[in-house]
Design a protein around this ligand. Structure first.
Ligand code: IPM
Ligand code: MG
Length: 356
């Protein structure tokens, strides 16, 4: 099995190093090859997603990704921004299904900004469509070059679109995931205003007929944003489009205590997938050794589960993470009174120790 390792920018290199450490300690005979991506690749090769990096990602069984982005690239033309690397990987690898589980670990109940009783025992799964929507429509504005000429700032737009097959396939992913859980799907849309999301709602409803054992309800995105902090445990599987999923998954991360805890899997129609923490490159804390590597380590567990068919090994990592939290070890983002503050590296080492 071959893993493409793409650490990227900011804290990406620090957190991916810890996930690699954990994978190596498990002795699974994985072949791992690294390449540059994002701002790092732009500096070295003039492009955030160099051909060689894309080739490596395509031929690998799975991609372990860190994070990309830095404010210093804000003025670059859009096609060269670090974010285009992850968007390009998602599109080129056909990674349409993004699974973002939000689980509140018992020991982190107090790290959440919400009252403990609201989040204790929380286990929801956000499924975000990842290759359509306004993210991949037609953009036009100051940072989009048109024949090398940048239009003025009088007007800018991005088009939102979804096609029936795109909605159908993500709906199937959601219903199938719900079957293995509490058999409830909430489809989040904005059908009261947007045609794109009227189609979304209609198609999800049609697909649901094939899953009579799964309960479906629909919720407008503004209401969903409210319900997520009002009564998050009422959700089981949430399925939504690319843009709403981006926003709601960040919101959901705070239910778990810290965005530093949230892993993700981005899957294609084959078993191939890209695994990354849901958080970004956090340039403000990069290089300080204080980032939480657990989201990336938990993403590596998802990689073993979904792309490498190693459920037992995935569970082993998840158990090790729970054990480390039970020992009271915390990086800065989840640190609270009475716990032991550790660095990025110490957290990785602790997970390795508790594997054994
Ligand atoms: C995420 C990130 C990305 C997104 C950025 C870095 C392009 O916020 O994975 O949620 O918007 O999808
Ligand atoms: Mg995001």
């Amino acid at each position: 099995m071959k893993i493409a390792v793409l650490p990227g920018d900011g804290i990406g290199t620090e957190i991916v190093a810890e996930a690699i450490k954990v994978l190596r300690a498990m002795d699974l005979g994985l072949e791992m090859e690294s390449a540059m991506v994002g701002g790092a690749a732009y500096e070295a090769y003039g492009h955030p997603l160099p051909d060689a990096t894309l080739r490596l990602a395509k031929e690998a069984d799975a991609v372990l990704f860190g994070a990309v982005g830095d404010w210093k690239y804000d003025k670059l033309e859009r096609a060269l921004r670090p974010e285009q690397a992850i968007l390009g990987l998602r599109k080129n690898l056909g990674l349409f299904a993004n699974l973002r589980p939000a689980i509140c670990y018992e020991q982190l109940v107090d790290a959440s900004s919400l009252k403990p009783e609201l989040v204790a025992g929380l286990d929801i799964l956000i499924i975000r469509e990842l290759t359509g929507d306004i993210y991949f429509g037609q953009p036009r504005g100051r940072r989009t070059a048109v024949d090398g000429h940048f239009p003025g700032s009088e007007e800018a737009f991005d088009t939102m679109r979804y096609s029936r097959p795109e909605i159908e396939r993500i709906a199937h992913v959601a219903f199938q995931a719900a079957r293995k859980r509490n058999k409830r799907v909430t489809s989040v849309d904005k059908a009261n205003v947007l045609e794109t999301f009227q189609l979304w709602k209609d198609v999800v409803t049609e697909v649901s007929a094939q899953y009579p054992d799964v309960a479906l309800d629909h919720m407008y995105v503004d209401n969903a944003a409210m319900q997520l902090v009002k009564a998050p445990k009422k959700f089981d599987v949430v399925v939504t489009g690319n843009m709403f999923g981006d926003i709601l998954s960040d919101e959901a991360s705070m239910l778990t205590g810290s965005i530093g805890m949230l892993p993700s899997a981005s899957l294609s129609a084959s078993r191939q997938g890209l695994y990354e923490p849901s958080h970004g490159s956090a340039p403000d804390i990069a290089g300080q050794g204080i980032a939480n590597p657990l989201a990336t380590i938990l993403s590596a567990a998802m990689m073993l589960r979904f792309s490498l068919n190693q459920e037992a090994q995935a569970a082993r990592i998840e158990q090790a993470v729970k054990a480390v939290l039970a020992q009271g070890l915390r990086t800065a983002d989840i640190h609270s009174l009475g716990t032991t503050r550790v660095s990025t590296r110490e957290m990785g080492d602790a997970v390795v120790r508790s594997l054994k």
